[in-house]
Design a protein around this ligand. Structure first.
Ligand code: AMP
Ligand code: MG
Length: 407
């Protein structure tokens, strides 16, 4: 993302991210969880394997286990001296014989290769091996996946499903993780109404609460919601002070512009410290970041797409860092543009869908990119980033943040 800040008085997205992350001290409290409830939790310890995986040399195939020196010509006939299903340990292989073996079963002593059954022909008690056998073939070696004492997962890893399986594969049933971040939310605006109610004239539904609820669940936070707060300074002060005394982080939407009805900024200034930034990005110019006591505060803009985008770009990395994760920024990939776009003065985060074209995947633009058009975010697969002063032409390669993997 671009550092050149073309518009005076605005700070760049990268600067804002740096300032936010610099203010974040990761949580120190740790709790122990069973691995089946560890999805999305952040490890507070390095996990070391106390065993080799696999624990013993074993067969990668259903077939016949042999010593390769007995099969240096195609078509050798060997007596079948034993049968070794998975879960049993065979006897040492008698010289000059083969043993029937199944996937996962231990390779017996004196044997060194497995021939897949498709290349073998059983004839009574004998087997004809229709191939020349190389030592080691179709044998999974002890420790080839994980060696004893190796670190399998580092402290700071956010656990994914395959990590949960990996923990189980080395016999770990419980892990120490950082506790969940406690996030309080509230939503400003006299025009905002909860879904389920009738709308009076001039009112809109509180969509931001639900976008944020989903986003916060996806990063594993405990959420306390203080609901809708009317646009008065007293109300804003009261809720802000209660929310910040009960949480590690407070997130809000709306009321951070410079309008007369925007009280979040003023309340934050009265109760704690305010860093109010106008960020050179679109959507989502104003973000109020600060602190009240030990609680961090981030006031997101009110427009529904701005809430979504600023959460992903600023709040998500902050939350992941606070939760002890060692990777917090969204992955930036590259995608070919299927559209052209005018030169911009603020970094733009356009909602796009990936479609297959003759030349490979391309980003298709949602036709209406307004910051209030939430259907653009719902339609999209991700965000294309248009850097400041760059003119996008159809076919250009652009930075791309896929939603997949973010939640
Ligand atoms: P504000 O920054 O408070 O002026 O809000 C900017 C725009 O976002 C206005 O059009 C608001 O009506 C809209 N908005 C604010 N809060 C919400 C919300 N919770 N849900 C949906 N739209 C909102
Ligand atoms: Mg408002």
């Amino acid at each position: 993302m671009n550092d050149n800040c073309a518009s005076p008085g605005l700070i760049s997205v990268d600067d804002a991210i740096t300032r936010i992350l610099d203010a974040a001290t990761p949580l120190q409290s740790v709790e122990t969880v069973n691995i089946e409830s560890a999805l999305g939790r952040v490890l507070a310890e390095d996990i070391t394997s106390s065993i080799n995986v696999p624990g013993y040399d074993n067969s990668a195939m259903d077939g016949y286990v042999v010593n390769s020196k007995d099969c240096q010509q195609r078509g050798m006939t060997l007596a079948v001296s034993q049968r070794i299903p998975a879960g049993t340990t065979g006897d040492p292989l008698e010289a000059g014989t083969a043993a029937r073996i199944f996937t996962g079963a231990p390779v017996p002593e004196n044997a060194n290769a497995v021939v897949m059954q498709e290349l073998c022909e059983q004839q009574g008690n004998n087997v004809v091996i229709n191939t020349i056998v190389k030592a080691g073939e179709n044998v999974r070696r002890a420790g080839e996946d994980i060696a004893r004492d190796a670190v399998v997962l580092d402290s700071g890893t956010r656990l994914r499903p395959q990590d949960m399986g990996l923990l189980a594969s080395v016999g770990v049933a419980q892990v120490n993780v950082y506790r969940k971040l406690k996030v309080a939310t509230f939503f400003t605006g006299d025009e905002i109404v909860e879904p389920g109610n009738e709308l009076a004239s001039g009112q809109i539904y509180n969509s931001n609460q639900y976008t944020l609820a989903g986003l916060l669940q996806s990063v594993g936070c405990d959420v306390v919601n203080y609901g809708i707060v009317p646009d008065t300074l007293d109300n804003t002060l009261a809720v802000m002070s209660e929310a910040t005394s009960n949480a590690d982080l407070v997130l809000t939407s709306g009321g951070v512009s410079v309008g007369e009805e925007d009280y979040v900024r003023i309340a934050l200034e009265q109760l704690g410290q305010l860093n109010m930034w106008r960020i050179a990005m679109k959507p989502g110019k104003p973000v109020a970041f600060g602190q009240i006591g030990d609680c961090l505060f981030m006031g997101l803009p009110g427009n529904p797409v701005s809430v979504f985008v600023t959460f992903l770009i600023f709040a998500r990395p902050l939350i992941l860092k606070l939760q002890g994760a060692n990777r917090f920024l969204a992955d930036l990939l590259t995608i070919r543009s299927d559209f052209s776009w005018k030169k911009v003065k603020r970094e733009e985060y356009l909602r796009v869908k990936i479609k297959q074209a003759a030349e490979g995947p391309v980003a298709e633009l949602y036709p209406h990119q307004g910051s209030g058009v939430l259907s653009s975010a719902s339609w999209a697969d991700g965000l294309v980033v248009v850097e400041i002063d760059t003119q996008v032409k159809k076919g250009d390669l652009l930075p791309y943040i896929p939603f997949q993997g973010l939640f």
